[in-house]
Ligand binder design. Structure first.
Ligand SMILES: Cc1cc2nc3c(=O)[nH]c(=O)nc-3n(C[C@H](O)[C@H](O)[C@H](O)COP(=O)(O)OP(=O)(O)OC[C@H]3O[C@@H](n4cnc5c(N)ncnc54)[C@H](O)[C@@H]3O)c2cc1C
Length: 396
């Protein structure tokens, strides 16, 4: 494409889409950029939706993302893209309008996966709440205020953050999963730490290796365990992952239910790039989605650069990193996850509830975590990858 003046359309107005626009301008793109998003609200950050906002400690407006610089892009909210013709280089909106492009940036993210998506019974009487959007958050927060009990299916990061917010609002909370909290994401050491904190706050954790499903019972939605027992709650929330928003790409052959496949520079074709939760990125001989905030930001920068510079742009080097806040724990984790074995406390101590932890494999650092301990992310990555001396950073 004409790297200075071509017309670029960005589909999906969240963190990846906004970051791509900013990066395109930073790299000197002078042509028109149109940013299309199907949500009506101005772009917002999702991480606070399961943290301070759900706990009632912050307003929804606190999640608003900073507006783009004046003139950076024409932003069209409430604009859902229905399809794309890659031969004609045109996208088609739900209202029938079509838009030509020279370059296309796909940042349509993901939506909450439901138990029904996982093969559950489709019964219109079953009420399954999820948390993905600002509207979901507002509704859950209202419902938490008026319902005495909640059952959460899924003990991953999201499910446990929802459980934490619910206990903070004095609900009776049960979490159901096949495995202990966050075991798959973090490994046994951190899983035990999160489990102890949750149980200390009164959360009941029910393990059901057979897989729970939802049923309608006595006018309520209940969670049916594989041994036949049911757990009813005034509210049932599921947090069982997310699905990439790729349906509008049907017929292009570019994407499937596993996501939109890109190369190591986040390119789908030379004139189409993609970033964020929608992307399936190559890791060796496998492709995998990494639906995490910092991944969306980093991929968006690479994607914008690849659209303008092609092979002259650096490849994307994923740096696994996530953070969570739950049950009084503020934890940042990076490195090769899930991590096996006992860590060493490089600073602080777990007995005091504030520590900088490092794991080693065959003598070499492989992962690090900051538990209620303030440290720049770059330093945490360093600690995960090499045994550099870490200065005292203070604790939070
Ligand atoms: C409640 C919650 C808490 C989270 N907490 C953390 C956390 O603590 N740490 C962390 O690292 N990550 C966290 N995440 C994940 C993080 O928010 C995502 O990785 C990030 O939002 C991905 O950004 P994205 O721009 O790729 O996609 P999204 O944020 O999903 O945005 C995609 C946008 O595209 C729009 N769209 C979809 N289809 C179309 C279409 N056809 N036409 C137009 N627009 C379309 C969508 O409506 C949406 O607005 C959390 C996510 C949620 C939901």
């Amino acid at each position: 494409m004409d790297t200075r003046r071509g017309r670029i359309v960005v589909v999906g107005a969240s963190i990846a889409g906004l970051t791509a626009v900013e990066e395109l301008r930073r790299l000197g793109h002078e042509g028109q950029i149109t940013l299309l998003g199907d949500e009506k609200a101005a772009p917002y950050a999702r991480p606070p939706l399961s943290k301070a906002i759900l706990r009632g400690e912050a307003a929804l407006s606190d999640a608003d993302l900073p507006a783009l610089a004046a003139g950076a892009a024409e932003f069209v909210p409430g604009a859902r893209v229905r399809s794309v013709s890659t031969e004609l280089r045109r996208i088609c909106l739900d209202d029938g309008e079509t838009l030509p492009y020279d370059g296309l940036v796909i940042t349509t993210g993901a939506r909450a996966r439901t138990l029904a998506d996982l093969g559950g019974v489709h019964d219109s009487r079953i009420r399954e709440r999820v948390l993905r959007t600002a509207d979901d958050c507002a509704r859950l927060r209202d419902e938490f205020a008026s319902r005495p009990s909640v059952v959460i299916v899924g003990a991953g990061v999201m499910g446990m953050e929802i459980a934490s917010a619910a206990t903070r609002m004095s609900l009776d909370v049960t979490v159901v999963d096949q495995a202990p909290p966050m075991l798959a994401q973090c490994g046994p050491y951190l899983s035990q730490m999160f489990t102890a904190a949750a149980e200390g706050a009164g959360v009941k954790i029910v393990l059901d290796s057979g897989g729970a499903r939802l049923v309608h019972r006595d006018g309520m939605t209940a969670v049916r365990l594989s041994d036949g027992r049911s757990i009813a709650g005034d509210l049932v929330v599921t947090a069982v992952g997310c699905l990439p928003n790729t349906e509008w790409l049907a017929g292009t052959g570019l994407a499937d239910r596993g996501g939109l496949r890109v190369d190591s520079r986040c390119r789908v074709t030379p004139e189409i790039v993609a970033a964020g939760d929608v992307v399936a990125f190559p890791f060796g001989d496998r492709v995998r989605r990494t639906p995490l905030w910092s991944n969306a930001v980093e991929q968006a920068r690479v994607a914008a650069s690849a659209l303008l510079r092609g092979d002259d742009c650096d490849i994307h080097r994923p740096m696994p990193y996530f953070w969570t806040e739950q049950f009084g724990l503020a934890v940042k984790v990076c490195g090769q996850l899930p991590v096996i074995g006992e860590p060493e406390a490089v600073k602080g101590s777990m007995a005091d509830g504030k520590a900088l932890l490092q794991w080693r494999q065959e003598g070499r650092p492989c992962a690090a975590a900051a538990v209620n301990y303030r440290i720049p992310i770059s330093r945490l990555h360093q600690l995960a990858a090499q045994s550099a001396a870490v200065q005292e950073e203070g604790s939070q």
